[in-house]
Design a protein around this ligand. Structure first.
Ligand code: ATP
Ligand code: MG
Length: 137
């Protein structure tokens, strides 16, 4: 079994899509083992996306991620990292497969509704970035 970090981004929270996205997560068989709603400040968003610092989209990404509340959760299951990324679809919603979260809900490359860890190392870092061990069931 494996854990991954999921974020429902401000564009999706603002459009009342938390429940629809949780429905998809649970339907695929992934378990929500921790969750919290947060409004990120600039420092927290910059640190989370530190790997993208200096890229042309970085400042806009940080501005977007601090623009409203996000829902952050840890998902658990066999092969959770890859399964959740498959459920999300590609970063660019125009390239995302039919039936994925981004194909159905994302508005653009920036306003793309969800985040998911991309490797075991990033999952470990990202889960610890938001949750203490005793906050995970
Ligand atoms: P995430 O890390 O949020 O799960 P991802 O792994 O699919 O998404 P990354 O390459 O890590 O994509 O980029 C992180 C986020 O930065 C994207 O989800 C998107 O919101 C934003 N982003 C990436 N590339 C661009 C771009 N070319 N223009 C605008 N925003 C972008
Ligand atoms: Mg990424």
């Amino acid at each position: 079994t494996e854990r991954t970090l999921s974020i429902i981004k401000p564009d999706a929270v603002q459009r009342n899509l938390i429940g629809a996205i949780y429905q998809r997560i649970e339907t695929t068989g992934l378990k929500v083992v921790a969750a919290k709603m947060l409004h990120l400040d600039a420092a927290k968003a910059q640190g989370f996306y530190a790997e993208h610092e200096g890229k042309p989209f970085y400042d806009g990404l940080v501005e977007f991620m601090t623009s409203g509340p996000v829902m952050v959760q840890v998902l658990e299951g066999d092969n959770a990292i890859a399964r959740y990324r498959e459920l999300m679809g590609k970063t660019n919603p125009e390239e995302a497969a039919c039936g994925t979260i981004r194909a159905d809900y994302a508005e653009s490359m920036r306003f793309n509704s969800v985040h998911g860890s991309d490797s075991p190392a990033s999952a470990a870092r990202e889960i610890a970035y938001f949750f203490a061990d005793d906050e995970i069931c």
